[in-house]
Design a protein around this ligand. Structure first.
Ligand code: SF4
Length: 351
């Protein structure tokens, strides 16, 4: 297993097989940064329309920095992992403030920016400025683990150091931007997670996993912690044709997005039991409200938690007021302007 053979192999393969993507062959650090943030935890086909929307609405870092936060969140709606959008926005402001709108090109400055870790810093520095920082994403972990036969669980702290050091040694002497594109593309397309095309792989003769029939066992992953169950009871309150929304401000999932007034419990509750809770009574204290349809359970999976949501349709009598609850009454036309989590979007599409 020669390192040089590996690096040359993936670059040759890349020159012949690379997909034509809008963020390839550009050296604008803003657009590269945007594409990398969008593609975290997102497939290329899903991320592509978002990238195009962002670039056309905010063509430069200055445009993004001066945009209202709600507009940024709305454009991001549906992509999930909303802290990425919040960080994107505050980092754009930081670049304008501290670097006069010019993307920094030194590792020490780039890594300080919010939402930019080792991976994204390496991607920006290598693609935009051709600096030799190796990228290690999920595809790279898998490829290196299989090719070099590394058993270290890729989600352990130890793995990060080990795989970064290996990738860094492999990039030496090769054009950094091309090497990084090649290693990620090779991992994503050729050495894919299930059924990689080993027979036609240009590296198979020297690949540890292929030679030792361990392709399906590598990479190794330590067992993840069990997802937490959360029980959401959404109050879909309507009055005079308007719907009440609430902005999520706590440090929790979907921060800065909008959903309905919510009662969260740590176990499943019947409608009857819910209406006896302190929170319910608090919401409707002195208010005449009629409870209508209660939805079935909606299961919504996030990376570390499972949301079990029920929606309670509630009609408020005209003239009644929900006091001190920081609710926003919106018409169905205005509703489109608010960024909502996918769970709420789906419910609205159905209702
Ligand atoms: S031979 Fe198979 S496992 Fe090895 S690098 Fe190629 S595609 Fe991946």
């Amino acid at each position: 297993m020669s390192s040089k053979f590996f690096s040359e192999g993936i670059i040759n393969w890349y020159q012949q097989h690379k997909r034509d993507l809008p963020w390839r062959n550009i050296n604008d650090p803003y657009r590269i940064w945007l594409s990398e943030i969008i593609l975290q935890q997102t497939r290329v086909e899903q991320g592509l329309p978002y990238y195009e929307k962002f670039v056309s609405r905010f063509p430069t870092v200055k445009h993004l920095a001066t945009a209202p936060a709600d507009k940024v969140m709305k454009l991001w709606q549906g992509l999930g992992y909303y802290s990425r959008a919040r960080n994107l926005h505050s980092t754009a402001k930081e670049i304008v403030k501290t670097h006069k709108g010019k993307f920094p090109n030194e590792h020490v400055d780039v890594i300080k920016l919010k939402g930019i870790g080792e991976y994204t810093a390496a991607a920006i520095l290598s693609f935009a400025f051709n600096k030799p920082y190796a990228v290690v994403d999920g595809n790279v972990y898998r490829l290196l683990s299989r090719y070099f036969g590394i058993d270290t669980p890729i989600n352990s702290g130890k793995a990060k150091k080990e795989f970064y050091a290996l990738a860094q040694s492999l990039i030496e002497g090769f054009p950094p931007g091309i090497f990084n594109q090649a290693i990620m593309e090779f991992g994503s397309v050729q050495c894919r997670p299930a059924n990689p095309d080993c027979i036609h792989c240009p590296l198979h003769e020297s690949c540890f996993a292929f030679r030792n029939k361990r392709v399906n066992q590598l990479p190794v992953k330590a067992k993840a912690a069990k997802a937490r169950n959360r029980y959401f009871h959404y109050l879909v309150i309507r009055q005079n044709g308007k719907l009440f929304l609430k902005k999520r401000t706590a440090n929790d999932i979907w921060k800065n997005l909008y959903d309905f007034p919510l009662i969260e419990t740590d176990k499943r509750l019947t409608a009857k039991k819910l209406m006896q809770t302190k929170e319910w009574k608090n919401y409707f204290k002195g208010v005449k409200a009629k409870v209508g349809v209660v939805s079935a359970n909606n299961r919504h999976l996030l990376s570390h938690q499972t949301i079990h949501a029920r929606f309670y349709e509630i009609e408020l009598k005209p003239g009644e007021e929900m006091k001190g609850k920081s609710l926003i009454a919106v018409s169905s036309k205005q509703l489109k302007r608010y960024a909502v989590p996918r769970l709420i979007e789906r419910y609205l599409e159905r209702s």
